[in-house]
Design a binder for this molecule. Structure first.
Ligand code: NDP
Length: 325
């Protein structure tokens, strides 16, 4: 029997739904309209999970891709679509979702995430989307201990409770301290997913263990370290790719998927999108060795300024940010 491809693996969520373990990321490239062709290529190559967000400004291009695919006979129910509520929509997550649904041209998303556990300035249209000085003080009395972000998650839960616009709800960029604040205040739905930066260079084992204990599926963004793809250049990743006769990107995806996590690579190289769907069966020793690459010297490559002070360790490369536990 032939082995399953990465595009064929689903993981069970804590609410009874299932999530495809390989997603295509749609953060904007130089020209956001390139996302349309990217998504079409990915879905035709077998990807069933599209990761997007209001903040990316690419949802209308994803929507164009969906229109094209549906016209060709692909069915909405065969795709899993994730979007996110940006922190400038702290006052109205449902409005954010409605904008996303309208741009995507669909009536529901499979997964709605709170993008960050913070709140920042934003009018009814979520603008400006970038935080302004003093924002967190205004909307989240303190960026570290404030609790307004919990209300936002509760409002996202309400959308699932009261509408048919989402199937599952979850969070993104939650550290252990933020999770410890949130979990006792959950109304009904423990987050199904926590989407975080994760790669062999940033294993965050304490956080992934915590999520596993609470049956929260971890979804890995920047699986190759973002632009420049530093992780696929790691000699051990290259060694494993050579051993298994696959792309280095297959190794970074396998690192997550074989550990029951979602991997969200982004690429606008259509050959790479099509090729990087193999799931090499790495051994336990090899998975452990991949973990060890970042254990000693973890590297965080995606440094959004609003992430500072959220309780993540190793923010900004070798700087140990304040820990709150
Ligand atoms: P990746 O780690 O997948 O990096 C993508 C970049 O790496 C692209 O520029 C790609 O270039 C390049 N690349 C990939 N493979 C190779 C290779 N073998 N050789 C050379 N270059 C390579 O991730 P992102 O940081 O973009 O994150 C992925 C997705 O995760 C995003 O699109 C988004 O959906 C999500 N995300 C979520 C966040 C959140 O806060 N929740 C934050 C950040 C991302 P090329 O196009 O040439 O292939």
């Amino acid at each position: 029997m032939s082995q399953k491809l990465a595009t064929e693996i689903d993981l069970p969520l804590n609410d009874g739904h299932r999530i495809p373990a390989l997603a295509i990321g749609t953060l904007p490239p130089d020209l956001p309209q390139r996302v349309t062709a990217q998504v079409i290529t990915a879905v035709k190559a077998g990807y069933r999970h599209i990761d997007t967000a209001w903040y990316y400004g690419t949802e209308k291009y994803v929507g164009e891709a969906l229109k094209h695919l549906f016209a060709e006979g692909y069915k909405r129910e065969d795709l899993f679509i994730t979007t996110k509520v940006w922190h400038s929509f702290w006052h109205s997550p449902e409005k954010s979702l409605d904008k996303s649904l309208s741009d995507l041209g669909i009536s529901y998303v499979d997964l709605l995430l709170q993008h960050w556990p913070v709140c920042s300035h934003g009018d009814e249209n979520g603008l400006p989307s970038e935080p302004m000085e003093g924002d967190y003080v205004k909307y989240d009395d303190d960026p570290v201990t404030g609790t307004k972000f919990i209300d936002v998650y509760n409002a996202i839960e309400d959308i699932k409770l009261n509408t048919n616009k989402v199937k599952s709800v979850g969070i993104s960029n939650y550290s252990i301290p933020k999770l410890k604040q949130l979990l006792p205040k959950v109304k009904k739905f423990v987050p199904a997913v926590n989407q975080i930066e994760l790669s062999p260079h940033l294993p965050q084992k304490d956080l992934t263990d915590f999520c596993d204990q609470h049956k929260i599926i971890v979804s890995a963004y920047s699986p190759v370290g973002g632009t420049g793809a530093p992780v696929v250049k790691d000699p051990y990743v290259v060694e494993l790719a050579t051993k298994y006769g696959v792309e280095p990107n297959d190794i970074t995806n396998a690192y997550h998927i074989l550990n029951n996590r979602v991997s969200i690579p982004r690429s606008f190289n259509h050959d790479r999108i099509k090729k990087a769907i193999i799931l090499p069966r790495l051994t336990k020793d090899e998975l452990d060795s991949l973990y060890k690459l970042g254990e000693e010297n973890p590297r965080r490559y995606t440094n959004d300024p609003w992430g500072y002070g959220l309780g993540f360790r190793w923010w900004d490369g070798d700087t140990l940010s304040k820990e709150f536990d």
